[in-house]
Design a protein around this ligand. Sequence first.
Ligand code: FE2
Ligand code: FE2
Length: 480
Amino acid sequence: MIAPPIGGDADRGAQTLGRDFLFAVHGAMRALKLYPLENRAVQNALGEVEDLSGRICSAEGSVLLRYVGDFCFVNDLRLRIELASFATFGAVGAALAGHGIGQLEVEPGATREEWVATLTALQQDPPAENAFERISERLDRSRVTNIHVSPELPEQPEVLPDDQSRAMAKKTYAESVAVAREALTGVRMGKGMSVRRVKRAVQQVVDQVLHNESSMISMTVLRDYDQYTFAHSVNVCIFAIALGKKLGLSRMELYELGMGALVHDLGKARMPIELTNKTGQLADPEWELIKEHPTEGLLTLMEMRGLGDFPLRAMLIAYEHHMKVDQTGYPPPIRPREISMFSKIVAVADSFDAATTRRSYQSEPWTPAMVLKEMRDNVKRGMDPVIVKSFINLTGIYPVGSVVILDSYELAVVVAPSTLAEVYHQPVVKIIYDELGIPLSPPRMLDLTEVDPATGAPVRTIVKTTDPETYGIRVRDYIV
Ligand SMILES: [Fe+2]
Ligand SMILES: [Fe+2]
């Protein structure tokens, strides 16, 4: 926050800074419309925009400009509109809305060229159709990477009707998998990737995790064998962001964490595809090569610097995500080092997703509950115990997608974490087979925190988890 939302000098200062920024944006747009770029008035106006956004960035990390109805927000601060400034506020809002833009985010380091490209595009009349797609393609072509635009989203209340929240989560998930595919394939082909598109995808995942967490987490069971690598990147991104949120990271930190998580295995795109897709055990030399992927990932991201400016913390994740807290793992550290918290978060998210997925060199996936237990109890895994604990806190000990046997001998799939805080063993389930093994159609929802009013005891409890393969169950059919 620049300042508390009401009263005080700090608030007045932030109000003035926010308003000045908006005036500067408006002034620069008008100047660009009226005069050629070299004109002194244009350059002065751009200088002012740079200066003010730089000042807000150094106070807050970034500038997020958005309109909600008639209100204008700069980061979390709602700007108070006086009559004299009404036209300016309205004009900037109308320009953004005309291009289908819901919010504009500026990161530190936005250059004058990026401002010129963005404001020039904004002050032009939007096309009649697909305005948002057009302007974002245009900014992509102009290599604008430190200023992001996001589409207008429908108002998102904290709790959405079930099907609506699922649909939104599904859309974000599918788009993110497509972006991951494009990025990793682009690097494999030697074409690089659009950092801007990656940033936009991560921004959407952050938004969805903040507003629609359980639907977004349930998407991680949508594992598709053919899409394993891409879906894995997105799953790690979702788990890491949700975990970061639980650990109290700011929006900007979540975003950098998500960037690193989405490309944590980027280095694998520089290895032979036969190796990364190999079924069966890897031979020693092959394994040695695979162990190079963190370093390769870091190098790939460093080569892109200047073009795409990846956050440094995100780059470090690619390098450190297989290092263990006891300094083993790979690549081996040259001298004792403190692994960054972001990397530790991604290490937990990565291990969980990898171990619960059936993929090329692992024919029998573990059940999610087994993986959590192993991560918590086996110190050789080298996970940070506090982060593992928070992860269990996030997913419950029976994460979404677990198949469980109840004390009634019924078989059920976990579809949501517990409805009670701090209760980890009583999630919401869908019962899919009755006690005789007969499929229920439709399956029956049951909240395991429900108690029998006569006895005060839970109506059902989980006895153990089991492997869905044993019963020929496709978990995703019951969740998404
Ligand atoms: Fe990895
Ligand atoms: Fe991974």
